[in-house]
Design a protein. Structure first.
Length: 232
């Protein structure tokens, strides 16, 4: 019965989000069905966000035909728009919800930012590369996202003056988990972060009154974190 309910809910979400006037709607529909739901993403807010956010708007015009494929898409300065499944997985790990305060370290193209914003959270995002940060901010504003605050700078140490956060997401891989980011989580908070240099693991940090638990989620391959992270 639970399985039926899940698939029934998924079908309703898919149909309610489908817009036949959008030339990319079918590609997003297929992306979510084959890459997101089939791999176990169950949070309805995440599914709806992935269906709604126009991923093609975050890549160059020449690559828009590949924007809904099951792979990262390159942007400038050696960065990428993450694989759709990885965006959905990391978003779900944060358990985002209306009004939650989330820090994103590594704005990149802004695609992950948009997905988080669609869940209703209050997002604070940091990007170290100024041209990328400015372009992402413009794209997100053009798309109407108002619940995002931007900062240009090194996110290795977080955004201390605005801490604590309900959740933190890191979209570039440091060699180890920055202690300052753990400290900026609320007493009950979560962080999704890729860690490592050659062999990377996506880790989920769960903070509670009793301490901090860290577990491996899956093997990943993200761009390496730059800036202060390189000192460690």
């Amino acid at each position: 019965m639970e399985v039926f309910s899940l698939y029934a809910l998924t079908f309703v979400i898919l149909l309610s989000s489908y817009d036949e006037q959008d030339p990319y709607a079918q590609k997003r529909f297929e992306m979510v069905e084959s890459q997101i739901i089939s791999r176990g993403i169950q949070d309805g807010r995440v599914v709806q966000a992935m269906l709604k956010v126009p991923r093609h708007e975050f890549v160059s015009e020449g690559l828009r035909g590949s924007s809904y494929k099951d792979s990262p898409v390159p942007i400038e300065k050696g960065q990428t728009v993450s694989q759709p499944y990885m965006v959905a997985l990391m978003t779900e790990l944060l358990a985002p919800a209306q009004g939650k305060k989330i820090l994103e370290v590594g704005t990149g193209s802004g695609y992950q930012s948009a997905v988080l914003a669609e869940t209703g959270c209050d997002l604070y995002t940091i990007e170290i590369v100024e041209p990328i940060a400015l372009r992402a901010r413009q794209t997100l504003r053009d798309l109407g996202y108002e619940n995002i605050k931007f900062k240009i700078g090194d996110g290795y140490s977080g955004w201390e003056e605005l801490a604590p956060f309900d959740a933190i997401i890191v979209t570039a891989a440091p060699k180890s988990i920055p202690q300052k980011l753990i400290e900026q989580l609320k007493p009950v908070g979560r962080m999704a972060i890729p860690v490592g240099s050659v062999n990377q693991e996506l880790k989920l940090v769960e903070k509670s009154e009793g301490g901090t638990e860290i577990r491996n989620v899956t093997s990943v391959r993200f761009v390496s974190m730059t800036g202060e992270s390189q000192k460690f």
